[in-house]
Design a protein around this ligand. Structure first.
Ligand SMILES: Cc1cc2nc3c(=O)[nH]c(=O)nc-3n(C[C@H](O)[C@H](O)[C@H](O)COP(=O)(O)OP(=O)(O)OC[C@H]3O[C@@H](n4cnc5c(N)ncnc54)[C@H](O)[C@@H]3O)c2cc1C
Length: 420
């Protein structure tokens, strides 16, 4: 692959969710576009997504969607207007990918296979004759003589507009390299601190290893640092041999990773009994008195799996054979407190290998949300995970990648006077 003579209209770096949609949009608007991809095949992270089933969006209205994203969610407004939930489903329908919602919230391909979504995108790129150069890692980018140049091992691509759709650092085996941050920096963009997000966490305590057989529904997790007490989430929790995972953990980990960097470890309080308060437990203990000979631990199994009942007693220094009648005074108060607010300390996470998204990236202040164009380098566009914007579990991140890619494709094409 040598340097082409005729420059492209739009060159896209990265054939992931955002880059492929950007290519489709630019080609549909009549632009000569091409995609360069460092992996041997496109869309590897897309294939891995949603347990290979690809939860590609959700049914939230735009305002609720942005609110759930939290910090900087409003930046997504124009992109979601262009290709938000219903329009995204229509887009996929047009390329032969039917979608379904079974739980009233998550949008999946009807086949429940991410490969269907990828095949739809790849097929549409082929139909539009957008070349995807795989095994082609861009090493350097520059803007010279009115054109962007992307240099790779086998030559250079030149284009009037450049879209950086290189994703983040999560799941390196999918092709994530972080190269896009370097390219953006080369054009003056600031890159905020990056952290693995959507990631299982490691705890100082070893008792979670005893509870791995159980999923706790509606578990509540809250950061026990006064200044950050607002960081809290409720959802399904799973114990691992060295910590915690499950939807609620993936969600709160977006907030925990930066705190871990800052504090080294992060204390949490857990409520594993569907929100029961200390007062609720005191009430339950009073009712127990009737069955005087029963052990506290046994009585607790009405509310918790046996292993957790044991852990709660140990943490409260309540002997395993103590009868409910013997539960009094300070011991009773300590147990009620432990059950309502179980302390645990987060000491780390499983890193980018186990993460599904990157928190941090190219600073949003430097990018126009209406077009995804750089404010620092005209003709340069950024979309998807490379930007400092991430959402929780539940189709938020792919929806953002698709919508921002679509908008970048529109922006890069409109910049050349194409009617929309
Ligand atoms: C295991 C897993 C499961 C997930 N499940 C879901 C889910 O169900 N729902 C959801 O909403 N989100 C999910 N996500 C998150 C979602 O996959 C990402 O948010 C999304 O893929 C980001 O899209 P992107 O196009 O920005 O980046 P990517 O999809 O990562 O694509 C970027 C592409 O750029 C290429 N690239 C990088 N550097 C270069 C370079 N220098 N030269 C050429 N090419 C380069 C990479 O190889 C890659 O193919 C999941 C993520 C993971 C890891």
């Amino acid at each position: 692959m040598e340097t082409q003579d005729e420059p492209l209209d739009v060159l896209i770096i990265g054939a992931g969710a955002s880059g492929m949609v950007a290519g489709i949009r630019a080609a549909r608007l009549g632009r000569r576009a091409a995609i360069v991809e460092r992996s041997s095949s496109p869309g590897r992270k897309l294939l891995a997504s949603g347990g290979q089933r690809c939860n590609l969006s959700n049914t939230l209205e735009t305002d609720q969607f942005m609110e759930r994203v939290g910090r900087d969610g409003r930046f997504m407004g124009p992109a979601l207007e262009g290709l938000g939930g219903p329009k995204l489903r229509e887009f996929f329908h047009e390329i032969g990918v039917e979608t379904v919602v079974h739980d009233g919230f998550r949008v999946w391909p009807e086949t429940r296979k991410s490969s269907t979504v990828l095949a739809g995108l790849v097929g549409e790129l082929a139909r539009l004759e957008v070349p995807v150069f795989t095994g082609c890692e861009v090493l350097e980018t520059r803007f010279e003589g009115g054109l962007f140049e992307a240099q790779h091992a086998e030559g250079t691509h030149r284009a009037r507009e450049l879209i950086i759709a290189t994703g983040g650092l999560a799941l390196p085996k999918s092709g994530a390299s972080g190269g896009g941050y370097r390219f953006a920096e080369g054009f003056g963009h600031k890159i905020t601190a990056r952290h693995p997000a959507g990631v299982p966490v490691v705890t100082a305590e070893d008792w979670p290893a005893r509870c791995t057989a159980h999923t706790i529904g509606k578990a509540h997790l809250q950061v026990a640092i006064k200044k950050h007490a607002k960081v809290a989430r409720t959802g399904d929790l799973i114990f691992t041999k060295n910590g915690l995972r499950g939807p609620v953990v993936l969600d709160i980990s977006r907030e925990l990773s930066p705190l871990l960097d800052r504090y080294g470890e992060v204390p949490l309080v857990l409520n594993l009994c569907r929100g029961k308060t200390q007062e609720d437990w005191q009430g339950i203990f009073k009712e127990w008195r009737a069955g005087a000979k029963r052990s506290v631990q046994d009585a607790l199994t009405e509310h918790l799996p046996l292993e957790l009942a044991e852990v709660m007693c140990e943490l409260s220094e309540v002997a395993s054979d103590l009868t409910v009648q013997g539960l009094k005074g300070e011991a009773r108060d300590t147990l009620a407190r432990t059950l309502a607010r179980t302390p645990i300390t987060i000491t780390g996470h499983t890193g980018y290998d186990g993460a599904f998204i990157t928190r941090g990236g190219a600073r949003l202040k430097d990018v126009r949300p209406e077009t995804m164009e750089s404010k620092l380098q005209p003709g340069l566009y950024l979309c998807g995970e490379v930007l400092d914007l991430d959402g929780p579990c539940g189709g938020f991140n792919l929806q953002w990648a698709f919508a921002s890619g679509y908008l970048a494709g529109t922006g890069a094409s409109a910049a050349q006077g194409v009617p929309q």
